[in-house]
Write a protein that binds this ligand. Structure first.
Ligand code: SAM
Length: 251
């Protein structure tokens, strides 16, 4: 089976962080397990080792850079080390598994609507002993109305799950006050930011940071948007299953 190249220097140069040997082993195990899982179900089309490193591992952790290198933390960063995080629409466990490997103090819930994927994620977490990870099969629209999940998370991550407005509607009800939603996007403009900020305001949030990067190998453009929960979200949100994606909120 193919293995991931050693990208220690690239991690350090781009994110001012580098994995320990144990974390490198876990990345490797994650890669192998996802390749195996791909034979049973459609988890990812990214299977070449370098591409997997850049488009899954590096991309996932680029959004977590504010937590990885704490030299000059932004003022919106939650102050505790041990955070409760949720990866909404996690698919093959990205960005949640890389986050769990890089930030072992975090307690991470992987959420996906597809039962089969969630069974795979649960087994994978057990196999590689990521005991602080659990996986739940549900839709964000339902989970966010359950008292044991609503307003319970410090961090929500969403990558490739829908429009930015849809992601904001899934994430903000799940966050505690002061919690941060990280929305992974490709292209992004100031106009997009203005619209998203107005949508976030309807949900009790504010767009507090937008960071842009080029991926280190193929120089793809990436943006990460950071929404902070500032007020309790109305019980009207998220709307019924399917509605946030079909009719995203507008300003
Ligand atoms: N986040 C992963 C990544 O970046 O590779 C997977 C992205 S995949 C394109 C989108 C995933 O979101 C699918 O696995 C789908 O089942 C899940 N999903 C879509 N809408 C959802 C919802 N409302 N609640 C929970 N999961 C959802």
């Amino acid at each position: 089976m193919s293995s991931l190249p050693d990208f220690t220097k690239s991690w350090q140069a781009t994110l001012q962080w580098q994995p320990t040997p144990e974390q490198q082993t876990l990345f490797q195990q994650l890669f192998q397990a996802i390749l195996m899982g791909n034979q049973q179900m459609n988890l990812t089309r990214i299977t070449e080792p370098t591409e997997f490193w850049e488009k899954h591992l590096w991309d996932a952790l680029s959004g977590l850079a504010p937590w990885l290198s704490l030299e000059s933390p932004p003022d919106w960063l939650p102050s505790q080390l041990s955070l409760r995080a949720i990866d909404i629409g996690t698919g093959a466990g990205i960005p949640g598994f890389p986050a769990a490997i890089a930030l072992p103090d975090w307690h991470i819930t992987l959420l996906d609507a597809t039962q089969k994927k969630v069974r795979f994620l649960q087994e994978l977490a057990q196999t590689i002993s990521l005991n602080q990870v659990k996986a739940i099969a549900d839709r964000a629209e339902f989970l966010a109305h359950q008292p044991s999940h609503r307003e319970q998370y410090d961090v929500a991550m969403l990558r490739a799950v829908g429009s930015a407005a849809t992601c904001a509607e899934y994430a903000l009800p799940l966050l505690k006050l002061g919690g941060i939603a990280i929305l992974y996007r490709g292209q992004w403009s100031d106009e997009d930011s203005q619209q998203l900020d107005r949508v976030a305001a309807r949900l009790g949030g504010q767009l507090v940071d937008v960071r842009s990067w080029q991926t280190p190998i193929t120089q793809g453009m990436r943006h990460c948007l950071y929404l902070q929960k500032q007020r309790i979200t109305s019980e009207d949100f998220p709307r019924a299953a399917g509605i946030p994606a079909k009719t995203p909120l507008t300003a």
